[in-house]
Design a protein around this ligand. Structure first.
Ligand code: ZN
Length: 164
């Protein structure tokens, strides 16, 4: 009886585009998840407290509030034929921990983090600054996406700077 299963693997791994003879790239995306807890307060210092409360609601409360943030850092790369890996997950973890998590965990994002100085720490602004913090530690073009969960329901994604 014929088994119902996945189609057989190609007899010859496809390494060339048909008719073009152009090598194809096989990008694999790998993601490291991290977590940190931090306090912040949303504020545009050019506005009155009333206007800040109107725009940012409870998040403008003068005495700060906290979140349990989750972050996902996604790299894109080809699989190294020698290692079978895009990047060793332990290297990715080390970079994310050292250059991001350790910088922000149990900190006040408005006051304690040098690379966030002068930034209104909305999730959107945070994810852009996190990109700037991490990108230099990966080969050019390898950092693909950062996803920041401010809450379980509020999520922002950033794919890095673009020209359009
Ligand atoms: Zn908040």
């Amino acid at each position: 009886m014929q088994q119902l299963c996945a189609p057989p693997l190609a007899r010859h791994p496809v390494s060339l585009r048909p008719h073009q003879g152009v090598p194809v790239k096989r990008y694999v995306y790998i993601t490291r998840r991290g977590h940190f807890s931090a306090a912040h307060r949303l504020e545009n210092p050019a506005w009155s407290i009333e206007k800040n409360m109107e725009v940012f609601g409870k998040c403008a409360s003068p005495n700060y509030h906290g979140h349990n943030f989750y972050i996902e850092v996604t790299l894109r790369g080809e699989v190294d034929p020698d290692t079978g890996m895009v990047v060793d997950f332990s290297d990715l973890k080390r970079i994310v921990d050292r250059h991001l998590i350790d910088q922000v965990d149990h900190k006040n994002l408005n006051l304690d983090v040098p690379f966030l100085r002068g930034v209104n720490p909305t999730a959107e602004n945070l994810v852009v600054k996190f990109w700037e913090q991490l990108a230099p530690h990966f080969p050019s073009g390898m950092l693909y996406k950062i996803t920041l969960y401010e809450t379980a329901k509020n999520v922002v994604e950033y794919y890095g700077p673009s020209e359009d």
